[in-house]
Design a protein around this ligand. Structure first.
Ligand code: GDP
Ligand code: FO1
Ligand code: CA
Length: 311
């Protein structure tokens, strides 16, 4: 079994490659829920949905979120009413949030609802939310104001400097059923090339996850989300710099050094190899840009072969 710590797009791309090589029952992703929000009374889980839609072949991959062949009837009418339309929920996507919210109201756990959505939409993996308890990523801006994740990411278009990040609720959260067992039993644990602070940070903040990974450090392979010191998309490079790390794959290695024995980094970052090794992390160079399924599958192969024992 292969276990993947997952955010949104960066994780979804690698998981699609892994799904070409690993049967669905043997591919387990632990998904970030720090991005979750309640809007119009609906529970929205953007990263869980990005993974589910991408693996089911239903994602709008150009946009990076939501469904392809989407329609916007509800948002258009809501706009006419003067309702909240800053966070756009397409008609097809809305069905997911209606379903999730209703099942949660009936007493189902997020773990159960996520498994139902994955099965019904036909995504070839097991997807576990990191926790069934609420954990919410919050950012303190340079001006001292604290905002919720989606206010930073969508309303402010992540164009504002950040002074600090915290994961509200994390201390009191329990790992979802199956999370610690997946980490303990996996042949290989992969930290996806997701935003270390905004996507992987919340997963690591759930009590028990860090020690479980540290105990498997030799079998943990992280993939750097930076290529040539820059994020492929989104604010990962800027955030790392603002929070006192470098914007480099070497800094990503240091960030994960206690948990990951190996870092896969792009050939463009070959000058970082010595610094990665100085952090006590094995460095594996590979092409890491997953611009299509073939390239994602090649990177998935590298990830399975990296580390002390290939799987
Ligand atoms: P989000 O939750 O949708 O923002 O997505 P993630 O946190 O999972 O992924 C965002 C990160 O993925 C960014 O830092 C990107 O640099 C990284 N990323 C996206 N595509 C690729 C890729 O093809 N290769 C690598 N190495 N990183 C990628
Ligand atoms: N991102 C945006 O930039 N604008 C949106 O209107 C928006 C809506 C949206 C709806 C459902 C969903 O699952 C994701 C959505 N996202 C939107 C992406 C969301 O902000 C993600 O959390 C980011 O990609 C970061 O992970
Ligand atoms: Ca995310």
């Amino acid at each position: 079994m292969i276990c993947v710590l997952a955010g949104g797009v960066g994780a979804a791309r690698l998981l699609r490659g892994l799904a070409q090589l690993v049967p669905p029952s043997e591919l387990v992703a632990i998904g970030n829920t720090g991005d979750d929000l309640v809007l119009h009374g609906l529970h929205v889980s953007p990263d869980l949905d990005t993974v589910t839609y991408t693996l089911a072949g239903l994602a709008d991959e150009a946009q990076g979120w939501g469904r392809r062949e989407e329609r916007w009837t509800v948002m258009e009418e809501l706009e006419r009413l003067g309702g909240q339309t800053w966070f756009r929920l397409g008609d097809r996507d809305l069905a997911t949030h209606l379903y999730r919210t209703q099942r949660l109201a009936e007493g189902a756990t997020l773990t159960e609802v996520t498994a139902e959505l994955v099965a019904r939409l036909g995504a070839p993996l097991r997807l576990l939310p990191m926790s069934d308890d609420p954990v919410r990523t919050r950012l303190t801006l340079a001006d001292g104001r604290e905002v919720a994740f989606q206010e930073y990411f969508v309303a402010l278009r992540h164009q504002v400097p950040v002074r600090a990040v915290r994961y509200l609720g994390a201390e009191a959260a329990q790992p979802a059923p199956g999370v610690l067992r997946a980490i303990a039993e996996a042949e290989r644990i992969v930290v996806a090339p997701s935003n270390p602070i905004l996507s992987i940070g919340p997963v690591l903040a759930v009590p028990g996850v860090r020690p479980a990974l540290a105990a498997r450090r030799d079998d943990v392979v992280a993939v750097s989300p930076l290529i040539g010191g820059r994020a492929v998309k989104g604010p990962a490079d800027r955030l790392l710099a603002e929070l006192g790390h470098d914007a480099s794959s070497a800094a990503v290695a240091r960030f994960y050094a206690e948990l990951a024995g190996t870092l896969v980094l792009d050939h463009q970052d070959r000058d970082d190899v010595a610094s990665v090794q100085a952090a006590g992390v094995r460095a594996v160079l590979a092409p890491t840009l997953m611009s299509d399924l073939a390239r994602a599958t090649e990177l998935a192969r590298v990830v399975l072969a990296a580390g002390p024992a290939s799987v």
